[in-house]
Design a protein around this ligand. Sequence first.
Ligand code: CTP
Ligand code: MG
Length: 208
Amino acid sequence: MTVVGIVPAGGSGERLGADRPKAFVVCAGKPMVEWSVEALSSVCSRVVVAVPPGHEEPPDRVSGSASRSGSVRNALAAAPEATVVVVHDAARPLVTAELVRECLEALDGVDGVIAASPASDTIHVASPDLLVADSPDRSTLWAAQTPQVFQADILRRALAGGDSATDEAALVAAVGGTVRLIEGPSDNIKVTTPTDLRLAEAILRDRC
Ligand code: CTP
Ligand code: MG
């Protein structure tokens, strides 16, 4: 088994609004992406990062793409040796090697395993004119996190399908793959806004 880490870091970070792509914004003393690369490196044989244009450093920092799944596809194309893939957002610097290991251990008899958190808010489906159209039972709803780990072959097949999904679990399930959810820690947040960045920094500093 050859486990390769893939870190999509090719986004611009529009909602964070920093002076550089989000993955390179300093978070608790180092560029945000480095926290994820470090956590994955202790578990994976290699970590390939999909970066924004101008930040490429072959062989392990490759061009991202206009979409997140395109960025994952490009990084995976650079790792043909992978038999198992760990996908983890550069925007989630609070990941731990232990969480990556937990996901890999659960990859037994399924095509994929993702960390996720049970929805704490009630989630409504809105109509185009912002009326409540449907209110799914909250107990069935989970918010996807990363890491998301997959058998490499089915992930390659799933990524050939399209670019609209916001995570790989949806793509793998769409090609008939079985994807198991495990509960990820509530502090494994995604840095999206300036408030998230302050929170992530506070938690990381608290850990040191
Ligand atoms: N990502 C990527 N390639 C893209 C878009 C996103 O590799 N074309 C990565 C981001 O770098 C991030 C992860 O996917 O690590 C999750 O995306 P998100 O939090 O939405 O980051 P951004 O797209 O950069 O932020 P925004 O949507 O606010 O612009
Ligand atoms: Mg985005």
